[in-house]
Design a protein around this ligand. Sequence first.
Ligand SMILES: [Zn+2]
Length: 463
Amino acid sequence: MRILLAAAAFAALAAAPAFAQERSAEELAFREIYRELVEIDTSPSTGNCTRAAEAMAVRLRAAGFPESDLRVIVPEGRPDDGNLVAVIRGTSRRSLLLLAHIDVVDAKPEDWARDPFTLVEENGFFYGRGSADDKSMAAVFADMFINMRRENYRPRRTIRLALTCGEETSNRINGVDYILNHHREWIQADFAINEGAGGVLTEDGRPLMFNIQAGEKIHQVYTLEVTNPGGHSSRPVPENAIYHLARALDRVSDLTFPTELNPVTRAFFERMAPIVGGETGAAMARLSANPNDAQAAEFLSRDPSYNAMLRTTCVATQIDAGHAPNALPQRALATLSCRVMQSTTPEAVRDALAAAIDNPNVNVEIVRRRDGSSPPQLTREIMAPVERAVEALWPGTPIVPTMTVGATDGRFLNNAGIPTYGMSGVFAVPGEANAHGLNENVRVDSLYRAREFLNRIVRDYAR
Ligand SMILES: [Zn+2]
């Protein structure tokens, strides 16, 4: 995933977990799968997803999966962008999809303290590119499938697995999108479990909350463009493309979209209120009780993480203007990155931008339009197994629904009508995992416990 949610409120450096535990043979077998996945470089510059997909296929075959129940799907003309799909067939018509991406962000070995493509276990942490994002979940799901097959597990609900490429970077074929368009039967399901949220630990390593992600904002890209005939810079005229654009951007910087709560964000603020406490907690309680409480919304909007959950946001990210130091600019262009709430259309945001700018010389355009869908519902069917597993593994820990203000592959599935929930069960101190950054890591104990969590809920859903 691309954005850590509401991390600001808890960001801190944590003490390392105290001691190593004895691991069972099953846990060590899982660790070996995880090690293999982390050690296959799947980054876009130097790596290959197909190798990782094939490696997992070899393991599934060895566990007894027939060829009819697994497949490595390689997009045509893209030999490095392979994906693995597999199925454990149930006795009912119900189905569930387990999704994890196997591609990772580039990692420059010379910048890392340890080799990014060697799994290192040190002081209670696993280090390596993808150790958290998202090879932790990919390894848990592969291991789960292997064990289910070995024990001849016959669930009522069909369980599907997709380990996909292309989540992290746009220069790879997105596996979820590709499979939906070409081999949809392999991932069709009543609902899906994906990355997108884990658990939050306090600085001293106690579980603070369990997060379940339901829904994402929609990333839309807009441009503001001004063109005019230009001319010699020795003879300035008022109609200057750069000045028009600068005034337009100034207006955009003052534009605040209205607060919009949905069932997920409302539940988020309600559950967070007692956890956060103080003035912020009180504002959360007021807002969740009354979504029209403008004062509470204004107070919470001062925190960038909460602000992003409360409304559509647009921010200037790139600018390009003029063509010579001695010429009047003929063209000035700015790019805006807008994160749009699900109930708002891209066109409505464009119209709001144009109205705020209020200058016919500035052309506002949608350059990347993505469809959105309302957040999936946190039904009893979804929540009951989660509540049971959380109570067993982290007794008393509150469950807090979240909406992702960035994006995961869940958006493709949600748009395709497959409600997708983000829950890894991996607990960390906010900011600690450093996904996408240097020395990415996951707590050893957190990973083994997440494995236990995911096994419990999948078997509970599949009963
Ligand atoms: Zn990810």
